[in-house]
Design a protein around this ligand. Sequence first.
Ligand SMILES: Cc1cc2nc3c(=O)[nH]c(=O)nc-3n(C[C@H](O)[C@H](O)[C@H](O)COP(=O)(O)O)c2cc1C
Length: 194
Amino acid sequence: MRIKDMKLLIEKNRSYRRFDFGRKISEDVLVELVDVARMSQSAANLQPLSYITINKEEMVAKVHKHMRWAGYLPDWNGPVDAERPVAYIIVLGNTEVKQTYREVDAGLAMQNMCICAAAEGIGSCMIGNLDKKILVELLEIPEHYEIIYAVAFGFPVEQVQMVPFAGDVKYYRNENQNHFVPKRLLKDVLIKRV
Ligand SMILES: Cc1cc2nc3c(=O)[nH]c(=O)nc-3n(C[C@H](O)[C@H](O)[C@H](O)COP(=O)(O)O)c2cc1C
């Protein structure tokens, strides 16, 4: 695979928030994604992360209630029932492991999972705004783990398109509920070539 192929995949790997609830994701796929996360780079190779996969409909529904969606779209209360994610992976920090760059490790692990999911046509959304306290109880997470993030998965039913940044980082939607996400231009982020 060349950069141009990877670039296409990364272009496709947007944050999706509306999914086909009728199209499920098998536990095998979720386990495969965790295996990818496990192989990710880790500061000092400490590997402080652990995971919980969730694809049983009842548990997905319970967990889903504690995620907060799209802060820049205050009039949108998250996906309607027919468009909910069909799976979640919860990213946990093991508090018995030294806490060095844990957030970076989590980002790398999530990104690798999301890119691999995108390669299968699966959309995802990283969720940092979630009710960790309730979820710890709900999922009966042992004491020495903390929830860091969740990643929602499903087959997208929305178009997400990148548009050139024009002074505002806020994503928005048009009347067809298509989603637009501003990205700073290459010429603005590549500040020097020496
Ligand atoms: C660390 C992190 C936490 C995020 N948390 C949330 C969240 O709680 N809820 C949500 O709807 N989106 C969340 N997102 C998705 C971002 O809003 C999204 O990445 C951003 O709007 C850019 O869109 P893109 O991913 O399609 O490029 C999060 C993304 C990252 C990287």
